[in-house]
Design a protein around this ligand. Structure first.
Ligand code: ADP
Ligand code: MG
Length: 554
């Protein structure tokens, strides 16, 4: 039978060109990508095996093996996973199917960035092997039993397909190394790369070497137990960092991680991570969640049922043996064990942030500036966590200046004499609230006022009206009685003594002239320098909220 020739989808060719020319300094990751595909393929097999008993059997344990032909500089990577039919080969290795790869492509071409770091951010996948290969052959037999096929390409725009004699299930990939990439045929190099990127992989990765006397030697290269299932004390920081890179597609180190092992009613192991920088889709993403494993089988990469929206910047892995392996999406949603795991995860995440805030405030504030606004959404959605969340939020205030921050705790510690409420002022930004005439009286009395200047703050304040025994009180709404709070003020006394009759005429004039615009005109005690200011009704919206509502067309 002659081989069929097919062209790659245009984007594939584009991707390969970009990769070959841009990512030259980080070529070794091709092996990580091939191993991760092999591991995915075994995952898929194990998953399907549960309900389908007609899949092809393998006489080997589920594993990945690496061999080399040093003489011809060929690297072999083989798995006994789900395999690919002819159609699978065409669809998976001729087009760009994965959305991660698509994003990578967009990012790379849009910025024209010759930045090899990007490669860690996205799973660049199979095609990365063309960075080191002059020719790649993929022989694969689907576990569903169709005849095996052989896919061959020189990475030059087309590939060929022909039937293959492979009888065993799974995929065998031959990487014919380019002349200048021969280092990848050295076994120390392969060991190093596997250790660096793929140590966590669930299935054994064997290096198969033929010794001089013809003996075949099999060495396992990766650890046997994944990071999250090991004892915390056995893990090094690097173990967590590697796991993070693998699951998050972020090339930066994580800011924080927490290894959670819960015995209790629903036992589970988890590792969660807080990234150093916000992912580009922090405010638009709807695919947050944790990678869920059941008995070492990957069930879903983004299990939403394990993480609330307001912690969507967290990534991580959860493994529990308490769910059936063939659990479907629908079952996940109804399952009553996941909410219990989720609750524990929220608790641990918040306490670990709390811990960071006391042990390394500077780092915590960096976290807060990146993710604080998202965290605040929790006040609206998670009443139960109000107390922990309230310990985690920070504000600008009339005393912190533009760069500083204050917590509720600090605010209360330095409250003014006789102060029984927490005062705040909302506004669109620091400058505009700092200049507000509403502050004058409070500032002169030495009372600190929190500046609620995040767009989310209007919603935050609707959900959180009281901190401990302190009501949160807007200083530009309704009457503000500051008698006996803070430093008494000479001028205040004088104001009080001023005969009000003197002003009655003036007030009437304002009332008639502005009757369409305002509800009431009053003599104010809150001003020092300014002649007048606008005050919202106690139960009405603040001016800032009115602006937000207007802006959103309401
Ligand atoms: P991704 O892994 O992100 O989907 P890749 O480019 O790495 O993207 O792989 C493309 C697709 O090719 C995979 O989704 C999978 O369907 C298929 N594939 C790659 N390698 C294997 C393999 N060893 N066994 C079975 N399928 C594979
Ligand atoms: Mg892949």
């Amino acid at each position: 039978m002659t081989a069929e020739v097919h062209s790659f989808q245009a984007e594939v060719q584009q991707l390969m060109n970009l990769m070959v020319h841009s990512l030259y300094s980080n070529k070794e990751i091709f092996l990580r990508e091939l191993i991760s595909n092999a591991s995915d393929a075994v995952d898929k097999l194990r998953f399907e095996e549960i309900t389908n008993h007609n899949l092809l059997k393998s006489d080997k344990e589920n594993s990945i093996s690496i061999r080399m032909d040093k003489e011809n500089s060929i690297l072999f990577i083989e798995d006994n996973g789900i395999g690919m039919s002819k159609d699978d080969l065409m669809n998976n290795l001729g087009t760009i199917a994965s959305s991660g790869t698509k994003k990578f492509l967009e990012k790379l071409s849009e910025q024209d960035k010759k930045d090899s770091n990007l490669i860690g951010q996205f799973g660049v996948g199979f095609y990365s092997a063309f960075m080191v290969a002059k020719k790649i052959i993929v022989e694969s037999r689907s576990a569903h039993g169709a005849p095996a096929y052989k896919w061959t390409s020189l990475g030059d725009g087309s590939y060929t397909l022909e039937e293959s004699a492979k009888e065993t299930r799974g995929t065998l990939i031959e990487i014919h190394l380019k002349e200048e990439e021969k280092e990848f045929i050295e076994d120390w190099r392969i060991r190093g790369i596997v250790k660096k990127y793929s140590d966590y992989v669930t299935y054994p990765i064997f290096l198969i070497e033929t010794k001089e006397d013809g003996q075949i030697e099999e060495t396992r290269l990766n650890k046997s137990t994944p990071v999250w299932a090991r004892n915390k004390r056995e893990n090094k920081p690097e173990d967590y960092q590697e796991l993070y890179k693998q699951i998050s597609m972020d090339w930066k180190e994580p800011m924080l991680w927490e290894h959670i092992s819960v015995e209790g009613l629903v036992p589970f192991n988890a590792v969660i991570f807080v990234p150093t920088e916000a992912p580009f889709d922090l405010y638009t993403r709807d695919n947050h969640g944790l990678h869920l494993y059941v008995k070492r089988v990957s069930i879903t990469e983004k299990c939403k049922e394990l993480l609330p929206e307001y912690l969507r910047f967290i990534s991580g892995v959860v493994e529990t043996d308490e769910l059936p392996l063939n659990v479907s999406r629908e079952i996940l949603q109804q399952n009553n064990k996941l909410p219990q795991i989720k609750k524990q995860i929220i608790k641990k995440a918040l306490s670990s942030l709390q811990h960071l805030s006391t042990s390394d405030n500077e780092k915590y504030l960096k976290f807060y500036q990146t993710f604080g606004a998202v965290l605040k959404e929790g006040f609206h959605f998670d009443y139960e966590q109000h107390e922990s969340l309230s310990e985690l939020i920070r504000f600008k205030s009339s005393k912190t200046g533009k760069e500083g921050w204050v917590s509720f705790k600090e605010y209360i510690e330095r409250k003014a004499e006789g102060q029984k409420e927490i005062y705040y002022l909302t506004g669109p930004n620091f400058e505009s609230v700092e200049r507000s005439p509403h502050l004058e009286d409070l500032t002169s009395r030495g009372i600190e006022v929190l500046f609620l200047i995040d767009p989310i703050d209007e919603w935050f304040i609707m959900s959180y009206a009281k901190h401990g025994e302190f009501n949160l009180k807007s200083i530009n709404k309704g009457d503000l009685d500051l008698t006996g709070v803070g430093k008494e003020n000479e001028e205040e006394k004088k104001n009080e003594e001023k005969p009000v009759e003197e002003l009655v005429g003036l007030l009437d004039l304002f009332r008639t002239k502005l009757s369409d615009e305002i509800k009431e005109v009053k003599i104010s005690k809150r001003l020092r320098e300014s002649a007048c200011c606008l005050v919202a009704d106690e139960n009405g919206m603040t001016a800032h909220m009115e602006r937000i509502m207007k802006a959103t067309g309401q």
